[in-house]
Design a protein around this ligand. Structure first.
Ligand code: BGC
Length: 756
């Protein structure tokens, strides 16, 4: 390892020298070109930049204009919003690199980037994992690491060296249409999983020249998902204190873990578009956090400063503001000419300093050298024999199986007994699209059935595993495929109710169709009326109802939850989700997922578990005598097993912790059930009194997942230090104050005292 590190350090010195040599040779036009990124359709045949002819072919003239005349540095995305085979990717990117490297003076390769979100989104045959929200629910770092490693391998197998992943936004608002792209609502969980994802993509020592690794792009810096309206790209109001307490730690940790690139939040914080915010992009990101990599905009966000946010009077002013704020590369997407022409003019007029351009281009070139693109501009699919292999599929299956979260299981309704007659129903019973969610073979996931036919839906997996003769299917409710994301219709609802009467158990598969970003905006968090009606009508038959939720965010189910015998959250489990769900339903796998967010019970009662005391006050607290209204349907970290786990009292190495000491916390966990199972042990702390900032009810400070045979006991040990107990004070500084703290692990609690 030491040798690896010193080799990596030497390579870094070498790369920096190469960057400086190259920079000296470059004209202003070449530098500005490096700072622009376009979508593939811009250089595809078919003409209008927004789509291309099929089958896809590059347009030589457009390509030469973009790459030779304008010298653009980067291309992203697929064409026509459609996945391509690795061979097609290789052919496309080889041609692009040939033009960029052979027909220009300095021969700088293009940096190709793609949304490899839960696997390589736009590659046919790639291994699709559970979306990040499900990965978080595993509470298993090694599964997240493995998924990212496989994603890197398959992205490189598609000749692409740069992944716009992982997403490190805090998924703290269930209304937001991208909560499922996050690792959930907790900053510590997001941080821990984010580090694994970055290391999985880039390698332990971030040696991205290794052709099995890619450069990651952590996103979206900063505070993206907590808008006031709950809708995409609308204003957020976040105090500096909250920004640093909840939204910054995960980015800091990922930067410390070496993340090569970062993508900027498309929205506004406290009225200021983040792409225009010098304080966030330069002072905080580049100076305070010391980020040395490349900062890319989100889609069209420089134009947005003018067209959407009205903080610039025209495109030129927008370019000036964003580049001066600290943007290195513009994901222009379509019309690159104004960006390049305006930026060149701005430099000539002295409105953007040459040093700023050099800084941006240095960062871009460094990533290109680090990826070894000058020597190896493409990677050939023939060198990636494990692409789409059984080994990779198994990793995806295991992640799905560990993500699925059993939320309720009255009277051991699950597992389903052998030979039981099962009715499978609901719009999610027979859909690969809903199992995967968006960013699957296409942006909104609407092309999934076309690419994922060989994998099992929930229905198909149940038929395979429980025997076709035991499984019947009536949809009850279905989604309309007319381009509207949420439209539903009653599809044999009466027949579903009638069929339930002949079944022993009903597996009711509900949720929401695939979506992301603005198309996923929502005005009603309740699960849809039709699905609610289906649930109520089925429950009225008196049969045992197993609710399988397959959704990107916790849609409210309180109108019928009490009538469900069991509830299972599957999130968006990917191509092997059907198999994993069936195995858990039938008792072949013991569930071990835990909720990475708070599942709300009412739309006007959206909490995170780390709410303030005033949000969960009971009649015994505070001076007003009214009831607490902290009333989630299911709390963060909730998740049942077919086994039971008993926790011993917590042991501490000392009841006091001093400034430079480490507190050792241990607990014994015993599997008191009959089945082998996995248990995620979650450690929370509460600061009982804090200065001015009302302390959070509790905060996650550690987790470990263990496996226990029936009857087995294991000891789990955590180490806590001063930093982990602190909070951001009103001045924006991290402090750990003297005083009492409570540690909570499952149903066990113990106090200790901290002294500076
Ligand atoms: C999304 C990003 C994504 C980018 C490129 C944007 O609309 O917000 O998350 O990486 O598009 O596809």
């Amino acid at each position: 390892m030491l040798l690896c590190l010193s080799l990596a350090a030497n390579a870094q010195i070498d790369n920096r020298a190469k960057v400086e040599t190259m920079l000296k040779k470059m004209t202003l036009e070449e530098k500005v070109g490096q700072m622009a990124q376009v979508t593939l359709d811009v250089i595809g045949k078919g003409g209008n930049r927004y789509s291309s002819d099929e089958p896809f072919a590059l347009d030589q003239k457009e390509m030469e204009k973009a790459l030779v005349q304008y010298k653009l540095g980067s291309v992203l995305n697929t064409s026509n919003n459609r996945a391509r085979t690795p061979q097609v990717w290789f052919d496309i990117i080889s041609k692009i690199q040939q033009v960029a490297m052979k027909q220009t003076k300095n021969g700088i390769p293009v940096l190709y980037g793609i949304d490899a979100i839960h696997g390589e989104t736009y590659t046919a045959g790639a291994t699709m994992f559970p979306q990040q929200i499900g990965q978080a629910a595993t509470f298993n770092r090694s599964l997240v690491r493995k998924g990212a490693e496989i994603t890197a391998y398959e992205t490189r197998a598609s000749s692409i060296p740069w992944a716009f992943s992982p997403l490190l936004d805090l998924g703290a608002d269930p209304r937001f249409p991208r909560q499922w792209e996050s690792f959930g609502e907790d900053p510590y969980l997001v941080t821990q999983m984010g580090i694994q994802a970055v290391k999985g993509l880039e390698g332990e020592i971030n040696d991205v020249a290794n052709p099995y690794h890619v450069a990651s792009s952590i996103k979206h810096f900063l505070g993206y998902q907590v808008t006031i309206s709950g809708k995409d790209r609308t204003p957020a109001f976040i105090s500096d204190q909250a920004l640093r307490e909840y939204h910054l730690p995960q980015f800091k940790a990922a930067i410390d873990a070496g993340a090569k690139t970062i993508m900027i939040n498309s929205g506004l914080i406290n009225g200021v578009p983040v792409h225009a915010n010098y304080k966030l992009l330069t002072r905080l990101l580049k100076e305070e956090l010391g980020f040395k990599g490349l900062a890319v905009t989100d889609w069209g966000d420089i134009e947005n400063l003018h067209q959407r946010d009205h903080v610039a009077k025209d495109n030129k002013e927008a370019v000036m503001i964003a580049i001066n704020a600290g943007i290195d590369m513009s994901m222009v997407a379509y019309n690159y000419e104004p960006f390049c022409d305006d930026l060149i003019a701005l430099v000539k007029e002295g409105k953007v300093k040459m040093e700023r351009i050099d800084d941006a281009v240095r960062r871009i070139l460094l990533v290109k050298y680090e990826l070894d693109l000058f020597n190896k501009p493409t990677t050939n699919p023939k060198d990636y024999p494990k692409f789409g292999s059984k080994e990779f599929e198994q990793a995806s299956y295991l992640t799905a199986a560990e993500s699925i979260t059993l939320l309720k299981n009255t009277d051991n309704a699950l597992p389903i007994s052998k030979g039981a007659k099962i009715l499978v129903t609901g719009p999610h019973a027979n859909s690969m699209r809903t199992l995967n969610g968006a960013w699957t073979y296409s942006w909104q996931g609407e092309k999934t059935e076309e690419f994922a036919g060989k994998y099992n839906t929930i229905l198909e997996a149940l038929q395979l595993k429980a025997g076709k003769e035991n499984v019947s299917y009536v949809p009850g409710v279905s989604y309309k495929m007319d381009g509207k994301y949420f439209e539903e219709y009653a599809d044999q609802l009466e027949q579903a109710v009638a069929a339930a009467k002949n079944a022993d158990v009903v597996v009711l598969c509900l949720g929401e169709n695939s979506y992301t970003e603005t198309p996923g905006n929502l005005s009603d968090l309740y699960l849809s009326d039709l699905q609610t009606e289906l649930a109520k009508r089925l429950a009225a038959t008196g049969k045992k109802i197993i609710l399988v939720l397959n959704e990107g965010r916790p849609r409210i189910i309180s109108k019928f939850e009490k009538n469900m015998n069991a509830v299972m959250q599957a999130y968006l489990p990917g191509n092997f989700g059907g198999d994993a769900i069936a195995d858990i339903l039938l008792g072949k796998v013991n569930p071990s997922g835990k909720l990475p967010y708070t599942y709300p019970q009412y739309p006007n009662a959206l909490f995170t578990y780390y709410h303030k005391p005033s949000e969960s006050r009971s009649t015994t607290e505070g001076v007003y005598n009214y009831d607490a209204d902290y009333n989630p349907q299911y709390v963060f970290g909730h998740g049942l097993s077919y086994s039971t786990f008993k926790y011993s009292p917590i042991k501490l190495s000392s009841t006091t912790l001093q400034k430079n000491e480490v507190l050792t916390v241990s607990v014994q966990v015993t599997n008191t059930g009959k089945m082998q199972g996995k248990e995620s042990v979650l450690l929370f702390t509460s600061d009982l009194v804090a200065t001015l900032i009302s302390p959070d009810a509790k905060r996650l400070r550690g987790f470990e997942k263990i496996e226990l045979k029936a009857g087995e006991t294991k000891t789990v040990t955590f180490k806590l230090n001063r930093d982990e107990l602190g909070f951001i004070d009103t001045e924006g500084k991290k402090v750990t104050e003297d005083g009492d703290f409570t540690i909570q692990i499952a149903d066990q609690k113990i106090n200790f005292n901290y002294k500076n």
